[in-house]
Design a protein. Structure first.
Length: 135
């Protein structure tokens, strides 16, 4: 599986670059299923693959919405985005997910961006445990 996973993810994520909304929605639903199937250990890898592939222009909006959808579905499906704040989650990846929702969005969708950002902060409140804080 380890040999085929990068190629599979790259093929699926490339479909998000399409301009039509229908194929992007289907691809996003597929990514949610892949994330649920692979589980918490692979969430960061999926996030990194998304960030590597979707880099400019309208792709940044797609990146933000896709990350938001993955986090939301993970919360609703399992209770937390990566399975329960077990101490080995990377808060930097969550921070980059928040930043991705704001990057490159035109002013016409600023309100939506603000609502998505609030949602991601709420998701992170469930996700980040006290074990992750450096005191």
């Amino acid at each position: 599986m380890q040999l085929q996973l990068p190629k599979l993810l790259q093929t699926v994520i490339q479909q998000l670059k399409q301009r039509e909304e229908g194929p992007r929605d289907a691809t996003r639903a597929t990514l949610v299923k892949i994330n649920a199937l692979l589980g918490p250990p692979y969430f960061g890898y999926i996030l990194d693959s998304l960030k590597t592939t979707l880099r400019r222009g309208y792709e940044l909006q797609i990146l933000g919405f896709t990350i938001h959808t993955l986090l939301l579905e993970a919360i609703q499906g399992r209770g937390t985005a990566t399975g329960g704040g077990d101490g080995d989650d990377d808060p930097q990846k969550s921070k980059s997910a928040r930043a991705a929702t704001k990057a490159g969005e035109p002013t016409a969708v600023q309100t939506l961006a603000t609502e998505k950002e609030k949602g991601i902060f709420t998701i992170n409140a469930y996700h980040v445990s006290i074990n992750n804080k450096k005191m």
